[in-house]
Design a protein. Structure first.
Length: 276
């Protein structure tokens, strides 16, 4: 890429420019890593060495936040600059940082859209920007590489820890999901058992009701049969009484007829006696 090639052509031990302003502009145009290296070399003997890993952590964070250029970037937009400050618990704001740099003469433009890492480092470590751009770059390559290597190990361990935490969180979530699913299945089984129990009780109640109705129907049928038998017996008795009454009437009629015949015979005998 052209950007990478252009930055590779910059002299790591010398800034371009005829005055401090031009040199600062050149420094701010370099990658996050190159800006940090310039700072560390400039102040290695004072505070640079003890803060090397911290500066590398700034570089890594800038590479992460710069979603367009990553390692080839040199400045963050205002939103990501705020995120950078928040990531390291800085109370400093982007606005306050710019005001400080303007008061020192490092920024002369009225409106600055982006924030190079150099601007942050100037305020963070309270160094003179003109002294910075004219600082001698010593040969601290091995120390810088060792500091970067240590930070890479820390970053790697942190990433592995995050990965393990993520896997543990996922396992926990899966366990919770499985437990919830088991509870749901258990609840469904309990509900199904309760429903089956209610249906069984309803079936037993219906069977009992049917049995009672059948018993009532049987009793009613028996009562009807008994009434029918009683009616038949009463009818038979009535018939027998009627037949006895008819027989008595016939007997009485016959007796009356016999009496009438006897009376007629007696009358005839009387008349015959009188006539004789």
């Amino acid at each position: 890429p052209k950007t990478t090639q252009a930055m590779a052509e910059k002299n790591p031990n010398k800034l371009s420019g005829n005055n401090p302003d031009e040199k600062l502009a050149d420094l701010c145009s370099r990658t996050y890593k190159e800006q940090a290296v310039w700072f560390l070399n400039a102040y290695w003997e004072t505070w640079g060495e003890e803060n090397a890993e911290k500066l590398w952590s700034y570089v890594h964070k800038c590479n992460e936040l710069d979603i367009e250029k990553h390692e080839d970037g040199n400045a963050l937009d205002e939103l990501n600059a705020h995120r950078l400050l928040e990531a390291f618990d800085e109370t400093l704001t982007v606005r306050a940082m710019r005001e400080t740099l303007r008061s020192s003469g490092a920024i002369k433009e009225k409106r600055v859209k982006n924030v190079p890492l150099t601007h942050y480092l100037l305020c963070r470590f309270e160094v003179n920007w003109e002294e910075l751009v004219n600082a001698n770059q010593g040969d601290n390559k091995e120390e810088l590489e060792e500091a970067e290597r240590r930070l890479d190990e820390v970053q790697k361990a942190l990433e592995e820890s995050k990965q393990r935490d993520a896997e543990a969180a996922q396992a926990l979530q899966e366990s919770i999901s499985s437990e919830n699913a088991a509870k749901e299945r258990e609840a469904a089984a309990v509900a199904a058992a309760e429903e089956a129990k209610q249906k069984e009780e309803a079936a037993l109640a219906a069977a009992e009701e049917a049995r009672q109705k059948e018993a009532a129907a049987t009793a009613a049928a028996e009562e009807a049969r008994q009434k029918e038998a009683a009616a038949k017996a009463a009818a038979a008795e009535a018939k027998q009484k009627e037949e006895a009454a008819l027989a008595a009437a016939e007997e009485a009629r016959q007796k009356e007829a016999a009496a009438t015949a006897a009376a007629e015979e007696a009358r005839q005998k009387e008349e015959a006696a009188v006539a004789a």
